[in-house]
Design a protein around this ligand. Structure first.
Ligand code: NAD
Length: 486
């Protein structure tokens, strides 16, 4: 069934309450936040705006569920999480529709992240059976030492709005697989797939193992971070939110897992396949309207290919079909909110005022909703705001670098360190760049593909801790040494 057909069948009934201890529960103080469809700017519904009391109820439920969940065998948890994956797969059309309507994602692109989400659940469902540690042995005469990997307890998981279900999955999968219980706070802008997921898994997960508390960062988010019953906080969001969470968590010395912003460089050497570069940028820089922490957005081109790259890229970007996310021909939809639209257009306007050339785009679309044209900006300085700061929108800058040394220096000259790519026919140069780039991911002759088995995470102000892979599962466990005298 297609996303839009499923939408027609579902009607307009939207979820609005928190999900605590296996029950849909209104916010104790009755407050709500308005949720908007970014393609129209119109309200979709109202959702619980939770206070510290709601967070406390959810943490209490998660703490009560911990003993039973954490003492299930890895096989038992694996079987339950595989059932969860089955349910998600069976309901992909409905979850896709919710995501498209709430985030403004085109129906033409949603399949990719839903496929990844399903695969992530399958991976984590099995991963809890493969935890590793040093071999047990007699490291001191008369003693046997062994390593345990114990779950931590209640995890406070805080998700962003750009990939609401997928980011929730990156948090829930490793936490639950390792035997923890979770209180998940989705973004106040995009709560629907998290709530629907919890509802769908109601018959699969024991009560209290997964709780969803909706609300704002400054209220529900802060309450979750500060709650003494939460053992670890996992946040995906902005650097500012990460700094705030790390500061608040310091009071109780909670473990913190931070996946923050990005500003991915794309280093294109003179010997690169320019058609491949342009094709990749057209597809991946504007995917999800550029609201992607790994999106290639900062092109650093060799001097001999710079002009051709700008020309071809401008033409390619001009052919991107933008508009109604529910139209199957649409390649790019709106930004998520009015404030995101202000943010993106502000960056481009200030760059143009400072002398940069906008070769395509640079304007809003006056059609209702929060649309911004896909844009290419050239003639920008390394120190300029648009090169240094995360725009998080459909905007690419292109710079011309005189040599390999400068290209690497410019790529690393940024507070962020999440993802990067290098494009060259020279394997030796690709390897030198892979060693030198201070980013959690380096792609060679591609940009964006990800797999469940490999880690995703940042260097520098992009945060710490890894998502996906066994590294993520390990981060949700504590290493314990048991030393037995005999
Ligand atoms: P945001 O920081 O505004 O919000 C993220 C989440 O944190 C939301 O649920 C919000 O309510 C909550 N929050 C905000 N302040 C908080 C606080 N002080 N305490 C507790 N919770 C708080 O980010 P956003 O605008 O929703 O998402 C966009 C950002 O997320 C971008 O910077 C993007 O790069 C980043 N991101 C990073 C990754 C990654 O894997 N590194 C993935 C996706 C998005």
């Amino acid at each position: 069934m297609s996303v839009s057909e499923e939408g027609d069948q579902e009607g307009d009934q939207m979820l609005k309450d928190n999900y605590i201890n296996g029950k849909m529960t209104p916010a104790i103080e009755g407050a709500t936040d308005t949720v908007v469809n970014p393609a129209t700017g119109e309200m979709i519904g109202e959702v619980a705006s939770s206070s510290a009391a709601d967070v406390d109820a959810a943490v209490t439920a998660a703490a009560a569920a911990f003993e039973d969940w954490s003492t299930k065998s890895p096989r038992e948890r694996s079987e339950i999480l595989h059932k969860a994956a089955d349910v998600i797969e069976e309901n992909v059309a409905e979850l896709s529709r919710l995501e498209c309507e709430n985030v403004g994602k085109p129906v033409s692109i949603i399949e990719f992240e839903m496929d990844l989400t399903c695969d992530n659940w399958r991976f984590f469902a099995s991963a809890g059976r493969f935890l590793e540690g040093k071999a047990a042995g007699e490291y001191m005469d008369g003693y046997t030492s062994m390593i345990r990997r114990d779950p931590l307890g209640v995890i406070g998981s805080i998700a962003p709005w750009n990939y609401p279900l997928n980011m929730a999955t990156w948090k829930l999968g490793p936490a639950l697989a390792a035997g923890n219980t979770v209180v998940l706070k989705p973004s106040e802008l995009t709560p629907y797939t998290a709530l629907r997921l919890a509802e769908l898994l109601d018959d699969v997960l024991p009560p209290g193992v997964l709780n969803v508390v909706c609300g704002r960062g400054e209220t529900a988010g802060v309450a979750l971070v500060e709650h003494p019953g939460v053992a670890m906080v996992s946040l995906t969001g902005s650097v500012a939110a990460g700094q705030s969470v790390a500061r608040a968590a310091a009071t109780t010395l909670k473990r913190v897992h931070l996946e923050l912003g990005g500003k991915a460089p794309v280093i294109v050497f003179d010997d690169a396949d320019i058609d491949a570069v342009v094709g990749n940028l057209r597809e991946t820089s504007f995917y999800n309207s550029g609201q992607d922490c790994t999106a290639p957005c900062r092109v650093i081109a060799g001097a001999r290919v710079h002009d051709r790259l700008v020309s071809d890229l401008t033409d390619a970007v001009g052919s991107i079909v933008t508009g109604d996310p529910m139209d199957s021909d649409t390649e790019m939809g709106p930004l998520v909110s009015g404030s995101q639209l202000e943010r993106v257009s502000g960056f481009v306007d200030r760059a143009a005022e400072a002398g940069a050339e906008v070769t395509i785009g640079g304007t809003r679309r006056d059609t209702g909703g929060f649309f911004y044209e896909p844009s290419v900006v050239v003639g920008v300085d390394q120190a300029s705001e648009i090169v240094q700061r995360e725009v998080f929108g459909p905007v690419i800058t292109v710079q011309s670098a005189p040599d390999e040394h400068t290209a690497l220096a410019w790529a690393n000259d940024c507070d962020y360190g999440l993802a990067s790519s290098v494009w060259t026919a020279d394997v030796g140069r690709a390897m030198r760049m892979a060693r030198g780039l201070q980013f959690g991911t380096v792609w060679v002759n591609d940009h964006i593909p990800i797999v469940s088995e490999m880690p995703h995470g940042g260097f520098k102000q992009s945060g710490y801790g890894k998502d996906m892979s066994m590294y993520a599962v390990e981060h949700y466990t504590e290493v314990k040494h048991v030393m037995v005298k005999h």
